[in-house]
Every structure is written in structure tokens, then in C-alpha cells.
Write a new protein. Sequence first.
Lengths: 289, 289
Amino acid sequence: MPEREFDLIAWIRRAASRGRGVRTGIGDDCAVLDLPGGRLLATTDVIVSGVDFLPRENPVLIGRKAANVNFSDVAAMGGRPLWLLASLTLPPGLPAHWARKVTRGLLDACRAAGASLVGGDLSATSGPAAICCTALGEARKPVLRSGARPGDAIGVTGPCGGSILRRHLTFRPRVDEGLRLARVATAMIDVSDGLTADLDHILDESRVGADLDSRAIPVHADARRVARRSGRTPLDHALTDGEDFELLFTCPPRRFPRWARRIGTITRRRGLRLDARAIRPRGYEHVLG
Amino acid sequence: MPEREFDLIAWIRRAASRGRGVRTGIGDDCAVLDLPGGRLLATTDVIVSGVDFLPRENPVLIGRKAANVNFSDVAAMGGRPLWLLASLTLPPGLPAHWARKVTRGLLDACRAAGASLVGGDLSATSGPAAICCTALGEARKPVLRSGARPGDAIGVTGPCGGSILRRHLTFRPRVDEGLRLARVATAMIDVSDGLTADLDHILDESRVGADLDSRAIPVHADARRVARRSGRTPLDHALTDGEDFELLFTCPPRRFPRWARRIGTITRRRGLRLDARAIRPRGYEHVLG
């Protein structure tokens, strides 16, 4: 009986009752947790060999990715990363220096994001290597997915598409951009599943719709390269590839920052439209069977 | 080139410089992190099918274990669990209800420990299932591994050995006991690797030795059952099996609680002795090659 990832998450979200100090639980980029002196962000993500990276790829970059996908989630709340915990699950055949290089990558990513590696775990597995990280951060006023309002402009921090060529490993999480956007954004998410799929999460949580302008979508040069072989358009890659780790946000038009790209407008009418034609949000989704 | 788990951890511990707000980093049961209004505990542990549980075991109990090994680490700091994040890495062949039952177990463990499930991740793998949890908690004054002093009594909260028969899945983390011990303990750890191996972590970090009294070691009935088949003594199982998840602690003798079992004394002289004879600490250790 196959079950799609989002169905299972929806079930877990219903089953997990909200407890003490939980301001935002399952269902956003990070949990938002109340502490006596502030607001704590917590998020976890695992990357698996053969799914999120290839065994032959540079282990330093694999470590960087494992940390940075989590820092990107902190950035998507308008938060500042503080601490990282990392669990390595390793098959017996891997050379010892592989784990050291992965750790080097974790530490590089921590340094770049201003965070510290504070804990972890090592385990054996008979399957492919996996790296599970948890990032903790702080935010004065976390930006959720649920705050978009009709009339808000939709923006993105950079070009999308074709991340598979290398950027999915080498991207820089948009921490500084997220901190600046936190002052104006009404909703925010990072582009991990795909531009339209992630926009759809904002639309769902905010109970609104969106009009996108195809000519305004910033298409990455890598999307054009990939399109030459895929038979799909560069725009299609930009809208659906994912793992761009740019920030996608909404904000009142008069407060829209000059340095970001405006790609559309939030509407009261539900659904997602591209150049006034309804489209189905698409992106990467694990299918668990 | 085989490398033992503790060597790699020692390398990571040296490589991870201590950053902002990190009171205790890698090397204890939890990281201790400074926040404006208090002290945050953070710990992560992954359990893997075929290593930490068997595929045919009850998935509700597997989920409970995944959460409880982390709550046990919070208990070992004298802390109170607050929040849990959980990542499930699942092979395509698993039925969908397996993940739901694991989640049910995670939620059961949260409820019992007074914590909330606040986040997580789902990923696909071609290998065995794995569950990676991160627990966050609070402690007024965290009990580290490094505070044991010569003359301190050594205590344990319950009998050890033979956990493989079932207790490694069904144990209850000693959260209440840990909170009570926090008022008197100078050092504390949970028995996961094995009684002598975990005591050795305290001795290492505190730079002291220990005398144990074999007649005082509380031997679990399961250790006797396992010993009938293993050809080893029940005491040997109690000293080395691990996954008991009892708390092992040190405290001034006059403050030793009546309800705990005193098993020995901390000495200035380094090394570990059982009935005055030097023994080598032994326990479970992953070997990564």
C-alpha cells in the first residue's frame, strides 16, 4: 500500500498534540519553541546516499549539504542558526577518512553560518550511509508559512532550476537574506521541493491563491543546461526542480526589497496560476510504499 | 582501515571548536547550551534496523525505543525532556502502517516523559530502516560526567544485564530518578554501552578511578536467564551487556539516596577494580571500518 510523504506527515501532524511551550509544531520549516528568555527554532533533516547524494561525490560537500539543508530551514523562518547536532549512520565498507571528511564539511557549514557543532551520534548500518542533522536557532519573530495575505507580492532571493548539476551540494543557505526578510515578510519557505511545490505549502497554510508571471521567474543558467538534455523547458525546471535553497517569501508590495525578484501576487482566489492559466504545483516528493 | 567509534568521536571533539553559548559540547550525554533565560539540553541518537532492533519486532516498541534512548540521555544530565524531533528513513518495501506504528511509539514515549513531538523528516533509503531522534530538555544545574571526586559513592538506579531479552525495547527512561539525583549527584551517565564501559566514561572525564564490589552489583533476572545459554556469569552480563538505561551516578556517601544501589567508591588511584582486582571496562562498541 503506497502512501505519499505528505499524507503520512498530515497524519503525524494530527496525532502529535501540541504541548507545553510549543508555539509552532510540525508543519513549518522549523518548530518554534517558547523558552523563558526567547524563541527557539528546531529543525531536522536526513540525507541518504543514493537519494540525496551519490557515494562518489566529495564527502566534504556531502557534510556541508547535510548541515546546510537544516540551516536553510532556520533561514526560512528568518532565524539565526546557533547549534548543530549530527548523526552519521555508516556502512562497514566506508573508509574511516570518509566520516572525517563529512565532519569537516559539517564544521565548514557551521563556521559559515555562525553555528557550532555541539553533539552527535555514530551508528553502523548494512545499508547506504545517511547523515541526520538537527539545527537549533533563534528568531525574534519567526516568519511562518501561514501569514501570506491577498495583495502580497511574491518574491524569491535568486534564480532556480538545474540544481542537480552541482548546486544541490554547494549552495549557501540564505541566512543573511532571511534575517533581512524577517522585517518585511508575511510568509517564507526555502525552495527545497520545488518553486511551485513550496509556494503551494505557503498557499495551503495561508489559505490563499497566487498568480505567477512566467517572464518574471528567475531561471538559473543550470536550468538552461539541463533543459538541453531533458526535452523540458528551462522555465519548467525552474518551477519544479527543487534543492535551489533560495528563499521564497511574500510581503506587502510597498515593502518589497529591491534586491529580491518579484515573481507574482497572492490572491484571495485559491489555486495557483501561471500567466492566468491554472497549473498544478509540482516538485520532488519521496514516495514511501 | 578500521577505526573505532571512540577514536572518531575524539577527533570530532577536538575538531569542533566551542562556540557561542556552548557550555558543554561533544562528549557528555547531552550538549548544554546557554539561552537568555536558562539552560537547554540537546542530544541525538539514531537506531538502525538489524543493529538496534530487528525488523520483525513490534514497531510501536521500536518507536518508543528511538525516543526513549534520547530521553534517557536527558535524564542522565538530571534534566526534564521537553521536545522531540524524529527523522524516519524508510526502505520502499515497508508497509505504510509500519511508519504510523513507529510514530505511535514515539508519541507514547513523549507522553510518558512529558515531552512533545515538534518536528521531523521522512526519507527514502535502499537500506534498512533507521530512526534518528533529537531530544531537547531543560536542567537547572546539569550533572556532567566530569564531576566525580575521590571518596564519592558509586550508585545505580536498578539491576543490569540481559536487556537483549526484551528490556532494550521496553525500558522506561529514568527521568524522575534523574531529577531527584540531580540534587546530590556529582557525576551521572545512563547505562547504554555497559555498566563498566559507561563508568569508565565518568572515570575518564573526572580523572579518577573506582573500586567496585561484585556482591553489591544488582544483577537482573534476565542476566541470569541469558547466562544459562551464554556460558558467561550473570555478573559478567550485568557489568558489560548495556542497554539497561539505568542511571549510574556518583555522590558524597552521606547524601547517597536510600532507594538507589551503592556498588562502589571513587578513588584517587586511576583504573577500575572489581573486588580489588584490576578489570578492563567492556561494553558494546560499534566498529566502523
